[in-house]
Write a protein that binds this ligand. Structure first.
Ligand SMILES: [Zn+2]
Length: 273
């Protein structure tokens, strides 16, 4: 079980409507409350998870990072400023990720092993990014999505945990096949789009046929239906972001009940050293 800890104004789809100067100012911070809601749900269902935390959030809310760690969850890195890795040069990317890693390690006093790129933005254009995260001391990444999508994904890349030539274990977001087409089943907007029974059926099929661990991701803002609306964003972005937010909490509770969940380190037997 994984959570990408960022606020509603950080999402890539709204990057044209919101600048870094607006964060926490024109758009008030809500990530603390929605992450505490997430922690309460995990506590209720006795679930341990991996939290890929945005460095900007860690900087603003260090106590939130401490609260996540204190409940026994794994702390992992989502970069500092939620820029797509495909839109950064090597130096800028490295500085952004290092800044986040240092914040998290300073706050928790523990080495951070896992990294997830914003919007799964590792693809054929920036394979050097794996070198960078290896250099920064990460041992695993969950930054690739082997699907065809307008914003991310490399359909022919591996679907399951594998060791990259750079020495990083990569854990792709889960997919399945329907009529020969690769379908994303890892969470996010798709989980809110599909009826819950369909998601459950696809996850069960994945576990049965692939004999691989399954990982799920969501964001705390998906549990915050009252969040301010980005009225001037493109229709498609708004549809994806706001779809079924009101149903997320009850669906997530069913998901937490129907399967056994753990951290990335535990589920994929990753050794952080
Ligand atoms: Zn993100």
């Amino acid at each position: 079980m994984t959570v990408d800890v960022e606020d509603y104004f950080h999402v890539s789809a709204f990057s044209r409507q919101v600048t870094l100067d607006d964060w926490g100012k024109r758009f008030p911070l809500r990530v603390e409350a929605s992450t505490h809601k997430t922690l309460a749900l995990f506590d209720k269902h006795r679930v341990k998870a991996t939290f890929f935390i945005l460095g900007w959030v860690a900087e603003q809310c260090p106590d939130l990072v401490k609260a996540i760690a204190a409940q026994g969850h794994e702390i992992a890195c989502h970069g500092y400023a939620h820029q797509r890795a495909t839109e950064q040069d090597r130096q800028t990317f490295m500085q952004d990720v290092a800044r986040c890693k240092h914040f998290l390690e300073d706050i928790t006093g523990t080495k951070v092993a896992g990294y997830r790129a914003p919007s799964f933005s590792f693809d054929e254009r920036n394979e050097w990014a794996f070198d960078v995260i290896k250099e920064l001391g990460f041992s695993y990444s969950s930054s690739t999505y082997p699907v065809k999508h307008d914003l991310y994904g490399v359909p022919h890349w591996p679907r399951f945990k594998h060791m990259r030539p750079e020495g990083i274990t990569e854990i792709p977001i889960p997919t399945t096949y329907i009529s020969g087409r690769s379908i994303p089943i890892g969470g996010g907007g798709y989980f809110r789009l599909y009826p819950y029974a369909l998601s459950r059926q696809l996850i069960r099929r994945f576990l049965r046929t692939e004999q691989q661990p399954y990982s799920f991701y969501f964001h705390p803002w998906e549990l915050d239906p009252e969040q301010p609306r980005m009225s001037n964003a493109p229709l498609k972005s708004k549809f994806r972001h706001y779809l079924n937010l009101g149903k997320m909490e009850s669906r997530l509770e069913r998901l937490l009940t129907d399967f056994n969940w753990s951290t990335m380190q535990h589920a994929y037997q990753l050794n952080s050293d």
